[in-house]
Design a protein around this ligand. Structure first.
Ligand code: NAD
Length: 228
């Protein structure tokens, strides 16, 4: 089976009701990123950070996968598909995709605040301020904050370098190191970008541009790839 690699960003989940942040002037649900998504924010105001991610988790649990998530799952009928997602939601898995790598973690799990390798399932939508890991330290959301390492970036780059077909969906390509993954994809293979507002950085090179919302552009491209 041909290896098909998909890199997704917040845009693929926008039509499931989960807001992106670069579409709203660099705010994420009304918050400055520095106030809620950095190690410094957790040090200064852990209750605010916990509450922010509890609210995001509630929204994720209430959201449903959309036609783009389902179409990517259907691609597995004919391709060896790996999805590398920057998203912290679990909509790819719920749509049926079986190989999903979460570069920035997944909000449905909690994480020890002293050892990022200790992660746990969460019962419901809330992590309480009194909940602790097995080492006795507070639990936080299992997400990679700005300024933290992205442990999966090496394996993700390897996967990109082996792709025979590549798709980029709904990412502003403004968040590094994830945005740099595209440079590991061999330029001679078919490389598609689907976004209603193609980011400037992606206009260089030979990406095949599909200027559509994910729920329109992704199912159409998937149908074409399944027929090829
Ligand atoms: P971004 O917010 O920086 O950019 C969103 C991109 O999606 C833009 O290019 C925009 O034009 C495009 N877009 C908007 N509506 C779309 C649609 N209907 N179909 C297709 N594309 C659409 O997103 P990013 O590049 O992923 O970076 C944001 C960071 O914030 C990520 O690291 C992610 O972890 C986090 N985040 C995650 C979620 C989520 O898990 N659903 C939501 C918001 C932010």
């Amino acid at each position: 089976m041909k290896k098909l690699v998909v890199l997704t960003g917040a845009g693929i989940s926008a039509e499931s009701g989960l807001k992106t942040f670069r579409d709203s002037d660099g705010l994420w649900e009304g918050y400055n990123i520095e106030d809620v998504a950095t190690p410094q924010a957790w040090q200064c105001n852990p209750a605010l950070v916990q509450e922010f991610y509890n609210e995001r988790r509630k929204s994720v649990l209430e959201a449903q996968p959309n036609a783009a998530h389902y179409a990517l799952a259907k691609l597995e009928q004919k391709y060896d598909v790996t999805i590398i997602t920057q998203n912290i939601d679990d909509l790819h898995e719920r749509a049926g995709s079986t190989k999903v790598m979460h570069l920035h973690g997944i909000i449905t799990r909690s994480q020890s605040s002293v050892n990022p390798e200790l992660t746990y399932p969460i019962n419901g939508w809330e992590i309480g301020m009194d909940e602790v890991c097995e080492l006795g330290s507070p639990l936080r959301a299992h997400v990679v904050w700005f300024g933290e390492d992205v442990p999966m970036i090496g394996p993700a780059a390897q996967i990109c370098s082996k792709a025979a077909v590549f798709m980029l969906i709904g990412s502003s390509l403004a968040v590094y190191p994830a945005a740099g993954l595209i440079s590991y994809v061999r330029p001679e293979i078919p490389r598609y970008i689907i976004d209603p507002k193609i980011p400037d950085v992606a206009t260089r090179g030979t990406l095949i541009r599909i200027q559509e919302k994910a729920t329109i552009g992704v199912p159409a491209l998937v149908n074409k790839l399944l027929e090829d």
